[in-house]
Structures are given as C-alpha cells and as structure tokens.
Design a binder for this molecule. Sequence first.
Ligand SMILES: [Zn+2]
Ligand SMILES: [Zn+2]
Length: 203
Amino acid sequence: MLSPAALDEEYRKALAAVGLELFIEQWPEIPLRWNRRLRRAGRAVIDHRGARFQAAVIEISPVYFEVYPEDLSGILVHEAVHVGLAVQGRPFGHGAEFRRACEAAGGLLHSRWLPGRVFRYRCPTCGLVLERRRRAADSRWCAACVEVAEAAGEDGYAAGRALQLVETAFQGPEPSGAATQPVCENGVEGGESATPMRYPVQP
Ligand SMILES: [Zn+2]
Ligand SMILES: [Zn+2]
C-alpha cells in the first residue's frame, strides 16, 4: 500500500491539475480518506445547500488501489473535478463540463470492476487448495480426506486435519481488467443526490 506521504503527494498534484483546468487558485480544505466499504474506486461526498458549496470529502477504496495502484492519480483527478465544480457552484455530476475538465486534467472517466476477495484454503493432508468467496467462520475439512480417515477408523474431523487459510487474494469478476465501470456514483445530473450515502451494488 502507498505510504501516507506518497498518497498526499499524488493528491496535491491532482488538486493542482484540476485547479488549473477550473481556475481554482485556493482550494478549501478537502480531506482525503480511505474507505473500505466503497463499492467503487472512489467518491466525492459533497455537502451543499442548493448551489452553495459547504464542505466535501474525497474517499477512495483501498481494495481497488491494492490491485490497480496505477489508477490512483486518474481517480483522484476525477473526484477532485466533482469537488471543484461544486466549489464553484456549478453542476458537478458527470456532465459535459465534467468530462472536459476531467480529461484535460488527466483524470479517468471510467474505472475497472472492484476486485472481489478470495480466500484460499489448503488441506494439510492431501494439499488440495480450495477457494472461497467468504471467510469460513469455523473449521472446515476436505471431504475426501475425512472419508479416508474415517475408513481407517481415525477421527476425520481432528483439528490437525482442518483446512488452513493460506492466502487472501483479490480476484475481479472481469479478468481483462478493462476500464468500463463508472468511477463513482456522483453522476446524477442536476446536482441532487450527489452525496450518495448508500453503497450501490454492482450488477
Ligand atoms: Zn484433503
Ligand atoms: Zn464520478
């Protein structure tokens, strides 16, 4: 994972690039935070009263950037454009001006699927590796080895025979990793509900 200093540096660069495009000389304080629960690469949480900007926070997904660290600056620029337009009291969804400024500042208009997490378990007896989408709440055993042990009159469910968690990997549903997903949910034109407080589930 990126060091806090390196992240800060990327973020400063993104704000500077977007500031140049949108003519923002002095940004208000816009905190940047990791958010484990995000279902997309990032989002801009914008608080506003009508067209009047109040405050904003940019959140990014540690799961996404663990797998696609090269997308970081492009996503930071993307979220910063949402915030920059909001700061100026302009519509800040994924409209024409958003897309223009985002591309001009080097931002990404699309992201990749958020990778899913896979848990790999290994049977200590036969070496079989099993993949699970969820972490098992308690011990599991390899069916074949339980059968062999029981046939030999041994305890098939002995603790020493239980599957062992050997690896936690990220594995997206889209192996090509192509950038086809909306980067975030800040896309509602007209500006309303650009503060998504729910976590949309991917199709
Ligand atoms: Zn086994
Ligand atoms: Zn967006």
